[in-house]
Design a binder for this molecule. Structure first.
Ligand code: G4P
Length: 296
């Protein structure tokens, strides 16, 4: 699903989320494990302040295992509860129940002291388009997808899914808008296919991707396509076109076709498990002070 965002969309999404968040105890925020920061909108920190926060590193099946673990620690350092999930296959999804209980421990304890027993925790899923919110909700709710309907007084018009005696989930996810003002963020979102490809054409996008892979995952393209990887991204792409038999008139290599193949293979994880941004570098870029725990 591709989204075109205008200021009107953002204002509306923000207003809806501010209303919904009043009703819930815990915010379950999905980010894409390949770009955990670029797929995160920091505005949610303000909107969801005072709520328990969970980060789900979704699509971790497509990201580097080592980097995903590093990102998990990075978010935990920042006070989030974190889980790795593959919503498509369901791997790690059940574990989210346990993470919700941990994240809401204080609240449950507070309720207990005030004599409120067995009140289910109310949760809401948020994230940018295409990050996997609907897939996650379907997988998490599974067959126990009984809608509880409106709750008089507080939740007019809202549908809740009662997952078990402990948790209720708002059935519509909150949509966050991507931070595409930053060019690098836009590029990463384009790599994973989450925004329109208008910022770059497919060949340019593929050349940028090849450059990144050569720098950070040397040999991965050579392995996948059985070609020579070159310092020159265009040469690598040409080698892929030749190897894959992508030809245009006059028997010339069809670069555009090869570019689409590379980007499509990448997005579907067929080139390998790749993380596109790393916690150490992000921290250096964003602040003067580098957190020593992240440097290690
Ligand atoms: P959204 O509600 O946040 O907009 O996202 P949605 O659930 O529609 O998911 C967007 C795409 O991401 C879907 O693919 C979905 O299958 C895929 N997806 C969601 N979670 C995961 C995951 O953990 N791993 C992987 N590999 N993919 C995931 P699609 O191409 O739109 O459809 P399809 O491939 O399911 O046919």
């Amino acid at each position: 699903m591709h989204f075109q965002w205008y200021p009107g969309h953002m204002t509306k999404a923000k207003r809806m989320m501010q209303e919904d968040i009043k009703l819930i105890d815990v915010v379950i925020e999905l980010v894409d494990a390949r770009i955990p920061l670029s797929s995160k909108n920091p505005d949610i920190d303000q909107i969801a302040k005072n709520k328990s926060r969970i980060i789900l590193l979704n699509k971790y099946d497509l990201a580097s295992q080592q980097q995903t673990n590093a990102w998990k620690s990075w978010f935990e350092e920042k006070g989030f509860f974190v889980a790795l999930v593959n919503s498509k296959s369901g791997t790690g999804v059940k574990n989210v129940h346990e993470v919700i209980q941990q994240a809401c421990k204080e609240k449950i304890e507070r309720d207990r002291k005030r004599g409120i027993m067995n009140r289910p925790v109310r949760a809401m899923v948020v994230g940018i388009p295409n990050v996997g919110k609907s897939t996650f909700i379907n997988s998490f709710a599974g067959r126990a997808c009984a809608k509880t309907g409106n709750k008089p007084g507080v939740t007019k018009g809202k549908q809740w899914i009662r997952l078990n005696k402990n948790v209720e989930l708002l059935d519509t996810p909150g949509i966050l808008w991507p931070k595409f003002e930053d060019q690098l963020v836009g590029l990463r979102l384009a790599f994973i296919g989450s925004i329109k490809e208008e910022i770059l054409n497919m060949s340019e996008l593929s050349l940028e991707l090849i450059k990144f892979l050569h720098e950070h995952y040397k040999g991965m393209l050579a392995n996948k396509y059985e070609i020579e990887e070159s310092e020159d991204s265009l040469e690598t792409l040409t080698n892929i076109a030749v190897k894959r038999g992508c030809k245009q008139k006059g028997d010339l290599p069809d670069i555009d076709k090869a570019a689409s193949i590379v980007v499509d293979d990448f997005r579907n994880g067929r080139i390998g498990r790749v993380t596109l941004e790393f916690p150490i570098f992000e921290e250096k870029e964003e602040t003067e002070e580098v957190d020593e725990t992240i440097k290690e």
